[in-house]
Every structure is written in structure tokens, then in C-alpha cells.
Design a protein around this ligand. Structure first.
Ligand code: SF4
Length: 263
């Protein structure tokens, strides 16, 4: 059975192998906080419909089309959320639709990323999600909508890992290279772009290679302290930051662990 790997998992591994080990190999719960996703989910779905179902016979849809898409996906939200979502979409419409000469038909919207990688005789299944993929003249643009209130850019190493992993997977699926990863901040109308290169793919292959060795021999999960320790859920178990760390709970049975590693 292939071992599943995602950008989130690989970013955790890159920050600290010990945190990765506790979270994904021992199954220790982390207390990461996720805000209420309802408005964000509705916005993503409305935008997916907007770009996927437009007939592309007319160069640019008018605002009523976006309103219609919002009505299809805003049921169940509070009145404040419905109003807030509509304002966000109006902003999006003016920045990214009305300003275009012709709306570009996407290659895909709201889909799963999947790819395979063989390293050290171990098979990895790359998984992820995307909001939209557009064709460029020389490759692909992957677009990730951000609906949070803050324009917070991921750290450079984290974005590099995400780019490298998507580069690998999209190349297998579409036989095209990823050229650009775009983060599109819906509330502010900002679009931040990162160039993708084969060097990103190489870096991720090397990172997965190092992970494969640790998985294979189940050792080398050293703590790697740094500023990221401030946000770590596992510090009480960590010998790098606690003189007397608590023993980490074994939340998966030995049999489950062996099953996960039986590749
Ligand atoms: S506290 Fe720091 S070094 Fe320890 S597990 Fe967490 S991230 Fe790693």
C-alpha cells in the first residue's frame, strides 16, 4: 500500500522530524485550531461554479452570474455571512473578472491532486487539493483561493515544498509543467505569485527520500528546535524544549503502525 504524503505532512516533516513522527506515525492529536470554515467553503464552491459552469460564449460574465452562483451556495449561512460573502465576491468580480478582456476557461476547478513517487523502493502517494488550474502559454498555473481575514504568506520553505509536490503530481496528471502557484486573497483582491521550477521538484524528491529512510528504519526522528516550537502542540513530549518531557502516548496499535508501513 503506498504511503500517503501531502504538502502539509511534508512541511511538518521539514520543520521537525520529531513533530512529524508524533503526529503522523504515533497518531498523537495536535491541537491546531481551524476557524469556522462555513463562509470559506461557500465562497470556494461559488467560485468553482462561477468558473466551471460559465458557458464561455460571452467573453466576460456580468455580475448577475456571480450573484447567481453565490445564491446556489450560501444557504445555511447567517445573514451576516451571506452579506459578507457577497461583498467579497463583488470585490473578486471587479478585480479578476470584469477587468479581463475575456474570461479564461480553466483546465480544472476544485479537484484532487494525485501522483506517485518511488523512492528507496518505497511507493508514495502524493495527495492534495486545488481550487483552480489554468493553462498558460508555457505550462500550468495553480490557483489557491484564500478567504481568511489576514493576508498571511506562508514561509518560503513551506511554499517551496508545496510547489515542488504539486509540480511532481501535475506533471504526471497533465504532462505539463507547473509554471506558477498563485495565492489569491479574496478579501483584499491581492494575487501573489510564485514561480515554479524543476529545482522545486528536485528539492521535494530529496526531502521525500530522507523521509523514506526514516520510515524504512524507524529512526532519525530528531527534534529540530526553532521559532516554530512556539506553535508546536508536542512541546510537552519534546526533549529539546523540556527537561523532563512527558512520555508520548502510543495512540496507534503496533499492528496499525506496521500496516501503515507495510510497503
Ligand atoms: S517543540 Fe520544537 S523541536 Fe520539539 S517537537 Fe515541537 S517543533 Fe520539534
Amino acid at each position: 500500500m503506498p504511503y500517503q504524503i501531502s504538502a502539509t505532512k511534508l512541511q511538518t516533516y521539514h520543520r521537525c522530524p520529531f513533530a512529524y513522527y508524533l503526529r503522523y506515525e504515533r497518531g498523537v492529536a495536535s491541537n491546531e485550531f481551524f476557524g469556522s470554515p462555513a463562509l470559506g467553503t461557500a465562497l470556494h464552491q461559488a467560485l468553482a461554479r462561477c468558473h466551471r459552469d460559465w458557458d464561455y460564449q460571452t467573453a466576460v460574465p456580468d455580475w448577475r452570474w456571480v450573484q447567481h452562483c453565490w445564491e446556489q451556495h450560501s444557504e445555511g449561512l447567517t445573514q451576516n455571512q451571506v452579506t459578507e460573502g457577497l461583498e467579497i465576491l463583488e470585490n473578486y468580480y471587479h478585480n479578476f473578472i470584469a477587468s479581463e478582456v475575456a474570461l479564461r476557461q480553466p483546465l480544472a476547478v476544485e479537484g484532487k491532486i494525485q501522483g506517485f513517487l518511488q523512492v528507496e523502493n518505497l511507493e508514495f502517494l502524493i495527495t492534495g487539493r486545488y481550487d483552480r488550474i489554468d493553462f498558460l502559454s508555457d505550462g500550468l498555473e495553480l490557483i489557491d483561493y484564500k478567504s481568511g481575514r489576514e493576508v498571511r504568506l506562508p514561509d518560503a520553505p513551506e511554499i517551496d515544498i508545496q510547489i515542488g509536490l504539486y509540480y511532481l503530481a501535475l506533471e504526471q496528471t497533465y504532462h505539463q509543467s507547473l509554471r506558477v502557484l498563485s495565492l489569491l486573497f479574496l478579501r483584499t483582491g491581492e494575487k501573489v505569485q510564485f514561480e515554479a521550477t524543476p529545482a522545486h521538484r528536485k528539492q521535494v524528491q530529496e526531502l521525500i527520500g530522507a523521509l523514506a529512510m526514516r520510515l524504512r528504519y524507524d529512526r532519525g526522528w530528531e527534534p529540530t528546535p526553532g521559532t516554530h516550537c512556539d506553535r508546536c502542540s508536542f512541546s510537552r513530549y519534546c526533549p529539546a524544549v523540556s527537561a523532563k518531557p512527558d512520555p508520548a502516548p502510543q495512540t496507534r496499535s503496533k499492528a496499525q503502525l506496521q500496516l501503515a508501513l507495510s510497503f
